[in-house]
Ligand binder design. Structure first.
Ligand SMILES: NC(=O)C1=CN([C@@H]2O[C@H](COP(=O)(O)OP(=O)(O)OC[C@H]3O[C@@H](n4cnc5c(N)ncnc54)[C@H](OP(=O)(O)O)[C@@H]3O)[C@@H](O)[C@H]2O)C=CC1
Ligand SMILES: O=C(CO)[C@H](O)[C@H](O)COP(=O)(O)O
Length: 479
């Protein structure tokens, strides 16, 4: 009898191909399948000597190549293509087989698919995979959802191919049904916020302090040796020092300033709104990309008046890079605090038991937001599992309090010079909002009651109340 594969991968584009190679390099026999045969053939041709592959050119051939219970990783475009692939394979599978969607699916789709397949006796695991092309090959961060039973067979294999930090795999069972894709979605939202904050730091160092991109690359390189040490800071330095071969200009000056997005950031914000979680850092990052891409609008607004830009000088210039580092760090803490609160809210809403410290821990390696900083988040949740916000945890609290003056001063400079910093500004507004004794929301409640009898609660006694605004004495009644 011919050898069977321990796992199969269908969808052999950038991610699937490298995930299959990673599995094979770790000694697993991998069955291969792709809608169009060419990708399967190419993989075997180019990388066949990296391990044991069993190429299959039909769904039935693919399913037959797998040992039972079958484990099939689907790595295709999210949405309809994923449903199409599930519908192609599910009828060929048997009780206990596992289908794993490792693409960037919406967690609500994953919940729907998990339920439907469970009713057909199949396991369905929605798994976040982060790290891009390189991560998929050398060790991604993996965020599987689905049943505990499915993780018993799948977990060891995924842990094996995941990134490792301090000997620990960057993979853990996140929670039931869509939990893995939910956490991956928030990961991507945080990725958007982090990238926006880094981009604003660049814009400030250039626009306010007059640094050239190559000089800013050096600033980022230095930051990468400290508390901001992260993959995103590292690659930012690389991008900024790159010079366009054709024009001799900094690469960053020849790229169109319109940031694109595939949708996971937008989903994060939509779900944040549904759950009522203020994830303003992620939202501003999504809106900043939208604004950058609004070409006709920007064209129409070009030339609108603003302040004259007298760049910084003297003492302010001397300390500016350090001030921006402080503002970036504090804003980043806020963005991550908001993201983790969103995961907490999602877990409460959908009944997932998500260990936030473990999530931070598996993001320390393999993924796009991997950073030294995540060690501190892991410790914060280890010290206080029920932590309401990262901002009140010892180390972060002190760092953000210490960053106060610089943070405020950087935003003031940005406002004075007309440099847009939506990420920095919303982070500070959130921080000030959280720590406020009283918010003007009391007035909003009064307005709502005035125009719509929407009622309000009082600070001095329980119950709901309505003021009879149309009467002359404006007496108050119980609502
Ligand atoms: N690229 C990245 O950095 C990352 C991507 N992801 C996610 O991983 C998944 C795969 O991404 P990536 O490798 O970039 O590939 P793409 O998202 O570009 O998808 C291409 C693959 O999908 C297959 N496909 C498309 N439509 C169908 C269909 N109707 N039926 C069957 N197969 C179909 C293609 O087959 P064919 O060759 O026949 O066209 C091909 O194998 C996506 O969900 C993506 O969001 C996650 C993390 C990072
Ligand atoms: O999933 C990812 C990383 O984990 C992708 O890099 C991410 O989808 C990129 O998103 P966008 O194209 O919207 O910037």
């Amino acid at each position: 009898m011919s050898k069977k594969a321990s796992i199969g991968v269908t969808g052999l584009a950038v991610m699937g191909r490298n995930l299959a190679r990673n599995l094979a390099r770790h000694g697993h026999t991998v069955a291969l399948h792709n809608r169009s045969a060419e990708r399967t053939r190419k993989l075997v041709e180019e990388f066949g000597d990296e391990g044991e592959f069993i190429p299959a050119y039909s769904a039935q051939e693919f399913v037959d190549a797998l040992q039972r219970p079958r484990q099939i990783v689907i790595m295709v475009k999210a949405g309809e293509p994923t449903d199409a692939v599930i519908e192609e394979f599910a009828p060929l599978l048997e009780q206990g087989d596992v289908l794993i969607d490792a693409g960037n699916a919406h967690f609500a789709d994953t919940r729907r698919r998990e339920k439907a397949l469970r009713e057909r006796g199949l396991h369905f695991v929605g798994s976040g995979v982060s790290g891009g092309e390189e991560g998929a090959l050398h060790g991604p961060s993996i965020m599987p959802g689905g049943s505990k039973a499915s993780y018993e067979s799948l977990g060891p294999l995924f842990e094996d191919i995941s990134a490792k930090v301090d000997g620990e795999p960057c993979c853990t069972h996140i929670g039931a049904d869509g939990a893995g894709h939910f956490v991956k979605m928030v990961h991507n939202g945080i990725e958007y916020a982090d990238m926006q904050l880094i981009a604003e730091s660049f814009d400030l160092l250039r626009g306010a302090a007059g640094y050239a991109p190559a000089e800013i690359a050096e600033v980022f390189k230095t930051w990468n040796t400290g508390r901001l040490d992260s993959y995103l800071i590292e690659i930012t330095s690389e991008v900024l020092k790159h010079v366009d071969a054709g024009s001799g200009k900094p690469f960053v000056d020849v790229v169109e300033d319109a940031a694109e997005q595939k949708g996971t950031g937008r989903w994060t914000v939509q779900i944040g709104l549904d759950l009522g979680v203020p994830i303003s850092g992620i939202a501003e990052a999504v809106f900043a990309r939208s604004l950058s891409g609004s070409k006709p609008l920007r064209e129409a607004a070009r030339g609108l008046g603003g302040p004259s830009r007298a760049p910084l000088n003297g003492a302010a210039l001397q300390t500016f890079a350090d001030d921006v580092e402080q503002a970036l760090y504090a804003s980043k803490v806020v963005a991550y605090a908001q993201g983790f609160n969103q995961i907490q809210a999602g877990a409460a809403e959908y009944g997932w038991d998500i260990d936030l410290g473990r999530v931070a821990s598996i993001w320390r390696g393999g993924c796009i937001i991997r950073a030294k900083f995540l060690n501190d988040i892991t410790s914060a949740y280890a010290e206080e599992p029920g932590l309401p916000t990262l901002l009140t945890s010892g180390g972060f609290r002190k760092a953000v309090e210490d960053a106060q003056d610089s943070w405020r001063s950087v935003i003031s400079t940005a406002v004075r010079l007309g440099i847009p910093t939506p990420g920095f500004s919303t982070a500070l507004a959130y921080y000030d909002g959280l720590r406020a004794d009283r918010l003007p929301a009391a007035l909003v409640q009064g307005q709502r009651d005035f125009f719509g009898a929407h009622t309000y609660r009082r600070v001095d006694r329980p119950g709901s109340f309505h003021t009879l605004w149309a009467t002359t004495d404006r007496s108050e009644i119980d609502a």
